[in-house]
Design a protein around this ligand. Structure first.
Ligand code: BGC
Ligand code: BGC
Length: 858
């Protein structure tokens, strides 16, 4: 729930004077506005009913001339119904071809986090531009008599043009929130827009203007701050940087793109920080906290708004007419288009991915229907024909799409490769762009502790340790090259600088000596050590955590800090993280502690501030201030260690340190529930069982070696990474079948993961060629559900070698499983003889798999 200390003074004062009983319940009774007129059949509960008249009136700037509007109306009058329906549908480039864009007259494409030209999300920039041309040309190729409507391509350039190899990667928004510098934000927007234009896209799904209130949320780092005033102070700058100042000039005529604010509304307010969850808050809090950033967004003419996957008091935003039509478009005068999120319409009560007239009725203007666009197109067309979707609403949606296209200048700018900046690949990661990112890194660092070791002398012996020291993907976080940002090595970041690279260059250029050792070993005793540690990359829902702490396997560098300090070596801890976490052990173990957030490609900004110049004085002072309170325990809502706005300066001088209690205050281990089996043992609450596939006999494996099914299956320990880090299975053939299963008593809901590209990952070794193919299945609520899926990729694995096999969760859904209540996400079934070993089973993304099983995913 909201803590008032997190609020700006104005918002807090308003909430305070409003007094008790200002919850949504107390707000009902006034006229409900036209909010539910379109959906009066199923009136909203009072707590999900808005009062538009209580929301601020905002002026959307004039961005189109009367002539532009006349052209939009003229187009609308000449379009066919099919064309109109096509315009409100956006498909993912992984699931649509230019030929299909031509055939269906689709209005837009996007590249999701894992999508890229030719199925390669690491494709070179030339391929992106060529594909942009291909889509554009397809959209312009219409039969005689039909007006040609150019397509618009949206991309998640959320911290720089972050899907493109070689682009400048800026710190994620949480770090920018620490920098407290709106002018810098505008420059970041400008650089990002320029780099997007190089590869031909015209629209970014940024900035995220979430106001995260619970940092267990795996997307908290996409928001600038927990403070609405700080978020609101940035929004206008970012939108001006991306789009240019609001005017009737064509956006694409300048070095600009269309922006989007997301995710409307209250994505940062969900209960327990659950991604795509429910924001159970009053209308007052909804407006003052989460609505605040939309005021500057609209004042600055943001071209698009993306609705949230989440709901407000039980009603999904993608179908909340009161909030979308009456508040955003009505009261707040938003003049752009509203797009839904990735198949979010399918989560609306009464809708599926393939059909959702309710969302159109609520006021959305474009469906993000990545892989569902075909069936959605057909159903939407039919619904307009039979009157379920009124023609006026469709026309309004299409007009809004056309206005954005007109404003961009798409009708006159020609194909992407002909536009200014296109194909100037030297601008991707250009030196002056990287300089802006490096400045952002310097300004975002927050110093939480310094008993005197900082600034470091560069002409010294510096040891750099910790598993995050030399890992650019790790310091960049999610939404970097791939969706979750995982599985990328430094070679994929040409021109970028890891934190280690920056330190090494600062030290060697000053005549000192730098040494890198992850474990903190050294040849010659160092004068000081820098230990870089923290979170590994994550994005949507995969980053949700149960409590505010680092996963156990990420805490090893804290041991390294202790070890070095015990040897009398001063230690500087640098933490890479998307959120404030309980890390009292590290704060105690180090002599200085700096939070670097997720700095991105210019890790050199860290050394800029840690090291003094030749005269011994700091070259740059710390100026970052906490964008959210830092917790004293791992419990959300527990005591605060450092308040919002805290941050030390060199000018403050060394500060004494009173050791902190090392008590996380929680009993969980900080995991995210996505790991079912690790190092050969089930995660807590999970069990490994061997059963006859047709029921009957079963053994829960608790110790090894063990025998199951009357000796037909033998289970033993085998090594993987660590001694006995896996289990081997020797199975004799039997027509009754054998199933190896990881199950739990408390079924889990995997619908979000299935909608995203999440895979079931099994780290396996085939110990002998398989006599017969293996099947995989899931179990729903105690029963097998769906048909088993044949995993040919399993039999194709080389024998004697470990591989991570990925099976898309969509395979199981396509085979009939209800992914909402899974009691066993992993179930291997065979009636043949088999010998294999298993080390780990977890949910993960494409990039973590060595081999991906093919299956039908429709
Ligand atoms: C995310 C959005 C993103 C979209 C397209 C969604 O799952 O919630 O923030 O813009 O995917 O990648
Ligand atoms: C994300 C996309 C991502 C996709 C993977 C979605 O939930 O928003 O950006 O590419 O999952 O399939």
């Amino acid at each position: 729930m909201l803590s008032k200390t997190l609020l700006s003074t104005a918002a807090a004062a308003a909430l305070a004077t409003a007094g008790p009983g200002t919850g949504s319940g107390a707000e009902t009774g006034a006229e409900t506005g036209a909010a539910d007129a379109g959906e009066s059949a199923q009136a909203l509960p009072p707590e999900a009913t808005v009062h538009p008249e209580r929301w601020p009136e905002v002026a959307f700037p004039v961005v189109l001339t009367a002539q532009d509007e006349a052209e939009v109306q003229d187009l609308l009058a000449r379009m066919t119904l099919e064309q109109k329906v096509g315009q409100i549908i956006q498909a993912d480039i992984a699931s649509v071809t230019p030929a299909e864009v031509r055939e269906y007259r689709l209005g837009s494409v996007l590249n999701g986090g894992n999508s890229g030209p030719g199925g390669n999300d690491l494709a070179p920039p030339q391929d992106w531009l060529a594909l942009a041309d291909a889509f554009h040309e397809a959209s312009m190729d219409v039969p005689a008599g039909e007006p040609a409507i150019p397509i618009v391509w949206g991309t998640d350039a959320v911290h720089g043009h972050s899907n493109i190899v070689g682009a400048t990667i800026f710190p994620h928004n949480i770090g920018l929130g620490a920098a407290r510098d709106p002018e810098l934000i505008e420059r970041i927007g400008r650089v990002t827009a320029v780099e997007i234009r190089v590869t031909g896209q015209e629209w970014t799904f940024a900035p995220t203007v979430a106001v995260p209130q619970d940092f267990r949320w795996g997307r908290a780092y996409e928001g600038y701050s927990s403070d609405p005033a700080l978020v609101a102070a940035y929004v206008g700058s970012m939108i001006r940087g991306l789009q240019g100042p609001p005017s009737t000039a064509r956006i694409l005529a300048g070095p600009h793109v269309a922006a989007s604010t997301k995710h409307y509304l209250a994505d940062g307010a969900t209960t327990d920080g659950k991604d795509q969850g429910d924001a159970a808050i009053s209308e007052l809090e909804l407006r003052l906290v989460h609505g605040a950033p939309y005021i500057p967004a609209i004042e600055n003419g943001v071209a698009t708004v993306m609705t949230s996957f989440s709901s407000w008091n039980g009603v999904k935003l993608s179908a909340h007419r009161g909030l979308v039509t009456d508040v955003l478009k009505g009261r707040m005068n938003f003049g752009g288009l509203v797009v839904t999120d990735w198949n979010a319409h399918g989560q609306v009560a009464g809708c599926t991915n393939a059909s959702c007239p309710k969302a159109v009725a609520a006021g959305i203007d474009m469906f993000m229907a990545p892989d569902s666009w075909r069936s959605l197109y057909r159903s939407t067309l039919a619904q307009v024909r039979d009157g379920t979707i009124p023609m006026e609403r469709l026309d309004d949606a299409v007009a809004r799409v056309l206005r954005v296209k007109q404003r961009l200048g798409l009708f006159e700018m020609g194909k992407p490769s002909q536009r200014p900046l296109s194909g100037q690949y030297e601008l991707l990661g250009a030196a002056d762009h990287r300089a802006v990112a490096r400045e952002a890194v310097r300004k975002s660092l927050v110093m939480l502790k310094n008993t005197g070791v900082l600034p470091l002398k560069p002409d010294a012996r510096i040891l750099v340790a910790g598993d995050a020291a030399d890992d650019i993907a790790r310091q960049s976080g999610g939404w970097t090259l791939s969706w979750q940002g995982t599985g990328l090595d430094n070679s994929l970041f040409p021109g970028a600088t890891s934190i280690w690279d920056g330190i090494e260059s600062a030290v060697t250029s000053a005549g000192g000596h730098a040494e890198l050792s992850v474990e903190g070993d050294y040849g010659q005793r160092p004068d000081a050590a820098i230990v870089v540690f923290g979170e590994t990359p994550y994005a949507e829902f995969q980053g949700d955590i149960a409590s505010l702490q680092l996963r156990p396997e990420l805490r090893r560098p804290i041991e390294t800090m202790r070890k070095l300090r015990a040897q009398g070596i001063p230690v500087v801890a640098v933490m890479v993280t998307g959120r404030p976490l309980y890390v009292n052990e590290a704060l105690n173990a180090a002599d200085a502690f700096v939070t670097a957030w997720l700095p991105g490609s210019e890790g050199g900004g860290v050394a800029d501030v840690l090291f003094a110049g030749e005269d011994g004085a700091p070259r740059h002072d710390f100026r970052g201030l906490l964008p959210a309170a830092w917790p004293a325990t791992a419990r959300h809502g527990g005591p605060t260690l450092f308040p919002f706005g805290y941050g030390l300066r060199y000018a403050d001088g060394p500060r004494p340190w009173a050791p902190l209690a090392e008590d996380s205050g929680v009993t969980d281990d900080g995991g995210n529930g996505g790991v079912f089996f690790e190092r050969g043992v089930p995660a807590s609450a999970w069990s490994l069982t061997v059963t006859r596939a047709d029921g009957g006999d079963s053994l829960r494996v608790t110790t090894v070696p063990a025998e199951a099914l009357s000796g037909r299956v033998r289970i033993a320990a085998t090594d993987h990474e660590v001694q006995e880090g896996a289990r081997s299975f020797t199975i004799a053939a039997d027509p009754a079948g054998t199933a190896i299963e990881l199950g739990t008593f408390d079924p889990i809901d995997l619908t979000r993961q299935t909608n995203g590209d999440v895979l079931l990952l099994a780290t396996v070794r085939l110990d002998a060629p398989l006599a017969q193919p293996l099947d995989m299945a899931v179990r729903c609520e105690g029963q097998e559900c769906g048909t088993p899926v044949a995993i040919d990729a399993f039999s194709a694995l080389p024998t004697g070698e470990w591989r991570t096999l990925g099976v898309p969760l969509k395979c199981f859904r396509a085979a009939g499983a209800d992914m909402a209540g899974i009691s066993a996400p992993f179930r291997l079934v065979t009636d043949g003889a088999a010998r294999f070993s298993l080390a780990r089973v977890a949910l993960g993304s494409l990039s973590e798999a060595d081999v991906v099983a093919g299956c039908s995913t429709d």
